[in-house]
Write a protein that binds this ligand. Structure first.
Ligand code: M6R
Length: 369
């Protein structure tokens, strides 16, 4: 049942290109239009949406953080992403024109379910992004967009995360399409790149051996830090979460711009710091900022592990270890940048003798508080 892999997690990491392709299947037509009739919220209602609020937990929350960048950029609708466990206990300001998106692999996470009930009580429309057919969260939502990752058995979420991202991009682009906002060449080219993204995820998987080797050399470290900016920031958080849950190591993700506000004090000789570098094309300001962040931490002794676009020569001189990923538009980069972090955490956990599929103290779906 593990298909020849030692762990479900390895199998599920390997299934990501297919999971991504399956989640896109039938949802983009040949002309590059989104076909999401299955989301049975009428276009007239979607046109009136004045705010989007995304609620989720853990890895699904990181997908939601990335979605915020995409939704605001492509639709110009204000969007907030909040931990479901926080949202459910406060008095959020919602109304009939608020679209709440609840993201959950299992569809049974208690906090996410309670957050969506809280939202519906106030008249908001709820769209679920979910991987489990007929589970509670989609049943209680106004609409659902299923991810087609197939069953995810390992406690650590991998393929479900990538498909949640795909679903979020589809929703963002669809909102852009029905509202006609910023619907132009950029969106069409993003849709084209999204249709081809499975091949790029495949390419990343084929080049993971050096990442595994590197992970094994770090098995006796106490801490690993992760830095990113823009959509690379949630990717950094996701890399840190994977490492905590699988390797039981102290790991933290930071927005690189926050370094001087505290975290840089953690940098000492030989601390491994993973840095997610945005594409040098397009938003080059972001790229240049992170290159200076890498220089700053390296000057203080950090061992830099840099994830950057293939051919990005500006970062290479400051990378103690360079992990190259294929070129993608910035907003889509998390689909390829996260994969090495999953492999890294899985290999570190194995090197430390941990149970990869069933980490201590964790359950696959958290149906209690
Ligand atoms: O089933 P859900 O997507 O609602 O689960 C949410 C989190 O419990 C889950 O993503 C958790 O953080 C994973 N174990 C992370 O790998």
């Amino acid at each position: 049942e593990k298909g020849g892999y030692d762990y479900f997690m390895l199998k599920e990491i390997a299934e990501q290109p297919k999971a991504v392709a399956d989640t896109l299947l039938g949802r983009i037509d040949l002309a590059g239009n989104l076909c999401l009739d299955e989301v049975r919220i009428p276009a007239s209602v979607l046109r009136e949406v004045s705010k989007v609020v995304i609620v989720a937990c853990g890895t699904a929350y990181h997908a939601g953080m990335i979605a915020k960048y995409a939704i605001e950029h492509w639709t110009r609708i204000p969007c907030e992403t909040e931990l479901a466990s926080e949202f459910r206990y406060r008095d959020p300001i919602l109304d009939q024109r608020t679209l709440v998106i609840a993201i959950s692999q299992s569809g049974e996470t208690m906090d996410t379910l309670m957050a969506l009930r809280h939202a519906r009580e106030q008249g908001a429309k709820v769209l679920a992004i979910c991987n489990t057919n007929g589970s509670t969260i989609p049943r209680e939502s106004d609409a659902v967009l299923y991810t087609h990752a197939g069953p995810e058995v390992a406690v650590a979420s991998t393929k479900a995360f990538l498909t949640q991202l795909v679903a979020c991009y589809l929703v963002a682009l669809y909102l852009g399409q029905v509202r006609g906002t910023k619907w132009g060449d950029e969106i069409l080219s993003v849709i084209r790149e999204l249709s081809e993204i499975a091949t790029q995820v495949e390419e990343v998987l084929e080049t993971m051996e050096p990442v595994r080797e590197l992970a094994r050399t770090l098995a006796d470290k106490n801490t690993v830090l992760f830095l990113g900016r823009h959509v690379g920031y949630p990717v950094a958080l996701e890399g840190a979460l994977k490492l905590k849950e699988l390797a039981y190591m102290h790991a933290e993700g930071f927005a690189a711009g926050e370094l001087k506000h505290g975290p840089i004090a953690l940098i000492e000789q030989d601390v491994p710091v993973v840095v997610v570098v945005p594409s040098p094309r397009g938003r080059s300001v972001l790229h240049d900022k992170i290159v200076s962040n890498i220089q700053e931490i390296r000057a203080r002794g950090a061992r830099t592990i840099v994830i950057a676009e293939r051919g990005d020569e500006t970062v290479a001189p400051y990378a103690d270890h360079l992990i190259e990923i294929p070129a993608t538009p910035t907003l889509l980069q998390p689909l390829v940048a996260t994969v090495p972090l999953q492999v890294f955490a899985c290999e570190l956990a194995t090197a430390r003798g941990n149970e990869v599929d069933q980490p201590r103290n964790l359950a696959k779906s958290v149906t209690v508080e």
